[in-house]
Design a protein around this ligand. Structure first.
Ligand SMILES: Nc1ccccc1-c1cnco1
Length: 234
């Protein structure tokens, strides 16, 4: 899987060289390239933004640098197997299913906008050539798409075979299929008693059936309290 990031802050993505994703890069499972969008500007000030047509506050990212970056990175031929991800507050909510689908992609280009956004013709042009995903990380305002791109990257890449040491750990996480889309149950480790708090007895019983039942009940209760929207049978 090749991941490209178009951004005015390419150093944001240096962090991908460490920890889990760093190992995936070292193992050649993932190939990461961050690009400074100003590479595709030609004026002395390396300008990437301009005032909004129709007035309004703030600045809009000019289309030209994006178009020239697309030309260099992707060429002009349409290829639906290339996924262009545009983090944006106006996008559809990024969910675990999106991460799962994108984990099968061979190529993903993240377009990290700043200011008031990217000239919409960039999205129109990209949509004619590649598979475009305008995705929101959540209902809050960020200064740009870089942080969202990092979060999406981790959610996507950790699902790529060979990236996680123990693929079994994927199955019992919140939002995973095996978890029936419920929130993950509370977890404990040693010591059995800590500052007056004890590990629930059932987890020390060694009775796998009782433990599985307790975990299912905990997941359902937690989901009922915190995310009733995830419960399909109520
Ligand atoms: N607020 C933002 C500003 C710029 C690019 C993305 C976002 C975003 C993505 N998900 C939530 O917000």
């Amino acid at each position: 899987m090749r991941l490209d990031y178009l951004t005015i802050f390419p150093e944001f993505f240096d962090v991908l060289g460490i920890s889990l994703l760093g190992k995936a890069v070292d193992n050649g499972i993932v190939d990461i390239h961050a690009h400074d969008l100003r590479t595709w500007t030609h004026d002395r000030h390396r300008t990437v933004d301009d005032t909004p047509c129709g007035g309004g506050a703030g600045m809009v990212m000019k289309p030209d640098p994006w178009g020239e970056a697309f030309d260099d990175l992707l060429g002009a031929d349409p290829d639906p197997s290339v996924h262009v991800v545009i983090p944006t507050p106006s996008g559809t909510p990024f969910r675990q299913d999106d991460a799962a689908q994108l984990s099968h992609a061979d190529r993903i280009v993240f377009c990290c906008g700043r200011y008031e956004g990217i000239d919409h013709r960039v999205i129109d042009y990209a949509s004619e050539h590649w598979s475009v995903h305008e995705l929101s990380l959540g209902d809050y305002v960020l200064n740009g798409g870089e942080v969202a791109a990092l979060a999406m990257t981790e959610a996507i890449v950790r699902l790529v075979p060979g990236v996680l040491g123990n693929p079994e750990s994927l199955s019992e996480e919140s939002y995973s299929q095996d978890q029936e889309g419920l929130l993950e149950y509370p977890v404990y480790t040693r010591p059995a008693s800590w500052r007056g708090w004890d590990v629930p007895e059932v987890l020390m019983s060694g009775h796998h059936g009782h433990i599985a039942q307790w975990r299912r009940e905990q997941s359902r209760e937690l989901t009922r309290r915190r995310r009733p929207d995830l419960l399909t049978d109520e």
